[in-house]
Structure formats: C-alpha cells, structure tokens
Design a protein around this ligand. Sequence first.
Ligand SMILES: Cc1cc2nc3c(=O)[nH]c(=O)nc-3n(C[C@H](O)[C@H](O)[C@H](O)COP(=O)(O)O)c2cc1C
Length: 216
Amino acid sequence: MRLALTPDQLLTTTRAVRKRLDLTRPVEPEVIRECLEIAVQAPTGGNSQGWSFVVVTDAAKRQALGDIYRRGYEEYRRLTAAVAQRILQDPARGAIQQRVISSSDYLAEHLHEIPVFVIPCIRGRLEGKSSREQAGAWGSILPAAWSFMLAARERGLGTVLTTIHLFYEQDAANVLGIPFEKVTQAALIPVAYTQGTEFSPAPRESLDRVVHWNEW
Ligand SMILES: Cc1cc2nc3c(=O)[nH]c(=O)nc-3n(C[C@H](O)[C@H](O)[C@H](O)COP(=O)(O)O)c2cc1C
C-alpha cells in the first residue's frame, strides 16, 4: 500500500502513533526491508555508516522487550511525576499532556502485541564522551531512524520513536545478543499498520518563540 502523500504532507503528518496501531494485522518483512533501504540513504558523520538495525518479530523476544519497557516506564513515570503534575495543571498544556499520558500508558501495556520492533543501533559506547562526539554519534543514527519512520508512514504503517527501554539497555542487549560493550541502542521503534491512514499536523509552540535570526 502506498499513500502517495506529498513530501510536505508526509513530513507534517508522521505522528507518534500508539492507540491507532493495528495489533492484529501482520506486517510483511519485505515492507520493513523497503523502509530500511530508504533509511540507509540518511547521512552519517564522515559517511561512517556505523549503524545496525535489529528487526524483532519473534513473539518471545517482543514479550521480553515489552517487560523491559514496562520496567523502564515505571521508572520514567516516577522520575517525571512532579513535572507531569505541573504540566497537567497548566490550562494551556493540561489537556494535551493528559492525552500523551493516556496514549503512553496504552503503548506500555500493549507493546509486546505490536508485530514488529526496529531497534536502530550505532557502533561504539557514548558514556563519558564529549558533546561533539555524542552529536556525531546520535546524528549518525537518528536521521536514519526518522527516514525509516517516514518511509513507513508512506506505506500505511505507524511508528513511534521510543527510548524508555534504554533504562535497561543491557537487559535488552542480552535478549537480542547485541554486544553491549561495542554497540549503543538509539531507540526502539514499534511498527504496525495504522487504523485509518488520516493523520494531521500536531499543535506546536509558535515558531517565533523558538527561532532566532542572527542572534539568540
Ligand atoms: C528522543 C525521543 C524519545 C521518545 N521516547 C518515547 C518513549 O519512550 N515512549 C513513548 O511512548 N514515546 C516516546 N517518544 C515520542 C514522543 O512522545 C512524541 O514524539 C511526541 O509526543 C510528539 O508526538 P507527535 O509528533 O505525534 O505530536 C519519544 C520521542 C523522541 C523524539
């Protein structure tokens, strides 16, 4: 399936999809391959291409990663409880925050039921690295991850970039046989067909608050 979105439609309607993922419809391995072929057209620092993509379809491994994610999610909710409470009480942001929490709770609960996970990885470990080195590493994997998500959306698939399982990255590495001391996981991207294919641009802060011309 191809949605034939214009480039601007694709870029403005690729949402974090959680509740609208179709948990019952299988995703063909060829479609994942097609999206990954597009992903590896992304740039990397020095054209290093030190990336790997672990595609997980095995039910027992998805269950194990789902359990790791849920442990991480509990930790995340505990660490961010005070900030989340403040945002919930803000009249301008409370309703959106409530929706994000409900959607995130749903994802945590159902993660293992999502048919495919893609875990983009980058060579090396980043602990203790300078911000220049970190920028080089993250900047050599996240553009590819986003390209994958855009290519998926064009094919009727929904995705959401998640990082919560990285609270227990080593445990996830053990589940998947990733050599933790040499390879960093950048995200876990659940992939499924969406229920309906219409998505809209999301509300964002006004550009004037975030753009600086010539000086900060
Ligand atoms: C670096 C990063 C980490 C994220 N981690 C998670 C996560 O662990 N779990 C989750 O449900 N969403 C996660 N998200 C998704 C964001 O919540 C989502 O992109 C944001 O709410 C905007 O969604 P929208 O583009 O549909 O408005 C993450 C997004 C980014 C960019």
